[in-house]
Design a protein around this ligand. Structure first.
Ligand code: NAP
Length: 358
């Protein structure tokens, strides 16, 4: 076997994923829509190589991405690039299975165990570092879900488990069940968080960061490209919103001409101006650095369709130290998106009892 390329973090800061001992780069790379979907073959290798050579050793995928093909492409490329497994943090997600049968999806013990084994096969690895429940499954008792993820961990097929788009109530129930049974609870929530979408990660989850040291692997930090400014004047032909066939992308594009869509565009334009004048960067860098600057963010999953986008996005690392409290306050003024504070009913606020102030 030829020598493994050596992983060089290249100054990438690493954070613990929640309360766990797993260290994750503050910028990771994810393969929704792109890897195995709009990008296949050699360009996938270029993307993953570019990530690895720029300090990103964490890759996120899911059984459902490109109907399993995202995992297949990532598995193939990681083999071809001959990266040392211990250098990598690989995460995948289960929920939307690949077939239509009654037991081919969701969070039953059957699908969690069978789905994990199939993901590992596609990825050509013995284990993933974190396995996520891609959505909550209200049709399955929480005890079954928690026990099944613990079984997967006991088997060595994953080291940790997490959730994605679960409500705080569902997470609380999982922690309660895990605690009662002496089992391991979720270490992280894979949640949407960006300058235009903040209520859930900043307000709803706030008690969970304090009580359970919940980590986050943040997705759509660029609001699927909106926060790059590329949709300011309509939908470019080679962009996600033009090329993806699903109805959600048509509705994203249609929303641009509504008053709400125009209000978002106005914010993106104002943020662009601020970024250029005050920070010497683009709105893309500002938006990514802003999410990474949140102390509850463990990693921001970058979604790039081209290596140039990845390299460009990593300039956010240079912007991070510029996000002083004064600068963050100016960004708040422009974005006007801060969730309303928790109602304390007149009680004097205690340290740590309020949502994190950015
Ligand atoms: N758990 C979940 O439910 C969930 C949901 C969504 C995503 N995720 C994960 O999070 C990852 C990232 O999510 P996301 O793709 O929505 O993230 P995002 O960063 O908000 O959007 C990424 C898209 O923005 C465009 N873009 C990125 N950098 C750019 C740049 N520098 N200049 C111009 N355009 C740029 C690209 O679109 P174009 O194709 O137009 O070039 C790219 O595909 C996914 O790959 C996946 O791993 C998880």
């Amino acid at each position: 076997m030829s020598q493994h390329p050596v992983f060089d973090p290249k100054g990438m800061p690493f954070r613990r994923l929640g309360g766990s001992g797993l260290r994750v780069p503050i910028f990771s790379y994810g393969g929704w829509l792109t890897v195995g979907g709009s990008v296949v073959g050699d360009p996938v290798k270029e993307l993953i190589k570019t990530a690895f050579e720029n300090g990103i050793n964490m890759i996120d995928t899911a059984e459902a991405y490109a109907k399993g093909n995202s995992e297949v492409e990532i598995g193939r490329v990681l083999k071809e690039l001959n990266y040392r497994r211990t250098d990598l943090v690989i995460t995948t997600k289960l929920f939307w299975g690949l077939r239509e049968g009654p037991n081919d999806g969701g969070l039953s013990r059957k699908h969690i165990i069978e789905g994990t084994k199939e993901s590992l096969e596609r990825l050509q690895v013995d284990y993933v570092d974190v396995i996520f429940a891609h959505r909550p499954d209200p049709t399955i008792p929480m005890e079954e879900v928690v026990r099944a993820f613990n079984w997967v961990i006991e088997k060595g097929w994953a080291f940790y488990w997490g959730t994605s788009e679960w409500s705080a109530r569902e997470l609380e129930e999982a922690y309660h069940v895990a605690d009662k049974l002496g089992l391991i609870g979720p270490i992280a929530e894979q949640c949407r968080h960006n300058l235009l979408y903040r209520e859930r990660p900043e307000k709803e989850y706030e008690p969970l960061y304090r009580k359970y040291q919940l980590g986050t692997t943040v997705f759509s930090a660029l609001a699927q490209g909106l926060l790059t400014g590329k949709y300011n004047d309509g939908v470019p032909a080679d962009s996600r919103w033009a090329t993806e066939k699903e109805a959600q992308f048509k509705s994203h594009a249609a929303r641009l001409s509504t008053p709400e869509g125009q209000a978002d565009i106005a914010k993106v334009k104002a943020l662009s101006e601020f970024a250029e004048k005050e920070l010497g960067c683009t709105v893309t860098h500002l938006a990514l650095a802003w999410v990474a600057a949140n102390p509850n963010t463990s990693t921001v999953i970058l979604g790039a369709s081209k290596p140039e986008q990845l390299i460009d996005n990593l300039k956010a690392l240079e912007v991070l130290p510029k996000l002083t409290p004064a600068v963050l306050a100016q960004i708040e003024e422009i974005a006007q998106s801060k969730p309303t504070p928790v109602n304390l009913y007149g009680r004097y606020p205690l340290d740590g009892a309020l949502p994190t102030q950015l």
